[in-house]
Design a protein around this ligand. Sequence first.
Ligand code: EPZ
Length: 421
Amino acid sequence: MDKIVIEGGRPLKGAVTISGAKNAALPALAACLLTGGWHRLVRIPRLRDIRTIQRIMADLGTDFREQGGVIEVNSENLTGYEAPYELVKTMRASILLLGPLLARCGRARISLPGGCAIGARPINLHLKALVAMGADIYLDHGYINARAPRLRGADIFFDIPTVTGTENIMMAAVTASGRTILKNAANEPEVQDLARMLRSMGADIEGEGTDTIVIHGVDRLETCEHTVIPDRIEAGTFMIGAAISRGAIVVEGCIPAYLTSLIEKLKQAGADISAEDRRITVRGPDRIQSVDIKTMPYPGFPTDLQAQFMTLMAIADGWSMIRETIFENRFIHVSELRRMGADIEINGGQALVKGKERLLSAPVMATDLRASASLVLAGLVAEGGRTEVHRIYHLDRGYEAIEEKFRGLGAAIWRESEPPL
Ligand code: EPZ
């Protein structure tokens, strides 16, 4: 396993270019199962999770050709419809294969994704919607077994706006017979991006970006070329890095409109931010002001930036209340931040953060993807030596070359391998 080592105290300076969004690339790859022929996907980030879904799809008979950030995908000769436990357990977003496999093959056998560090992560809403569309689904030996000779359109209401649930049902509905209406649908930018890709394949879909999406099934889909949107969570992570390190950076190749809630909160915290077309400039304040946040579905404050923002508040002037409303256990990073001197009190889904003058370097443990990023940010400003972030395979799932990008901004950060225990 590898660790990342950081010597804190250097303000971030310069420019960083954002990679394609992991959470747009995963559904885009899954959507290539809907029809044979060569699709071209552009700006696919080189991440552990991307390699995992590619491996599952390759085992089902999908062919890939790669050059640079472009991946060509051909599912003409599918030979199977099963996503095995060994791979699904490492990446629960494999559930995104359920909808397209059911639509294309009439059957699917997907290992039931377990929970993960941040919560139980149920998929009941995915299954309930597919049953409403005529699928016969039963669970056995830890697998979802689904059959549907032909999915039919249905009126679906999601009790909770679920991102991958909305994406799964969109992909199931585009070739179903009749009309599907998704109400209380998720409207995250990644959902909107999938809708654009499906439309370019010939799908009849409208309403993405609102809470109601209407899909009329079509008989056939075409191949497409699709460029996935830039990763707003990666962009937000670097923006917080500039603020926390009292630096000044330019985040290139991002979409400021996707980061409105974070921009607003960083301004309240004292950062100087300017946004134009595809770039955001962030200058950190000398003293960060404490700000309350509450995570919400898009366009509210994203849960995937909660841990990173908490690190910023850990050295702010004053108290801040951080409320996590999306996942039931997304404060795992708190115990590690406390080891660096943070003063944080948890009460259910709320964390009360008392800003301190400084954090102190320490060896810490990554536990999930975004918590890992919060520990790297803490290391950028920790005093008294080197911070070591262990088990950074969590980071590699969702950030492309993160230590190289931070080093390019002037941070003293490098990766070391560590002997297995
Ligand atoms: C997606 O997860 C993202 N992953 C997550 O990013 C992100 O944190 C999350 O959306 C929220 O924005 C991908 O897109 C691959 P949900 P997803 O279904 O779809 C409950 C990262 O770090 N729920 O929108 O799994 C659920 O428990 C990851 O990149 C049900 O109860 O999240 C949660 O409380 C972490 N039943 C809420 O809905 C269901 O059937 C929102 O979850 C589905 C969800």
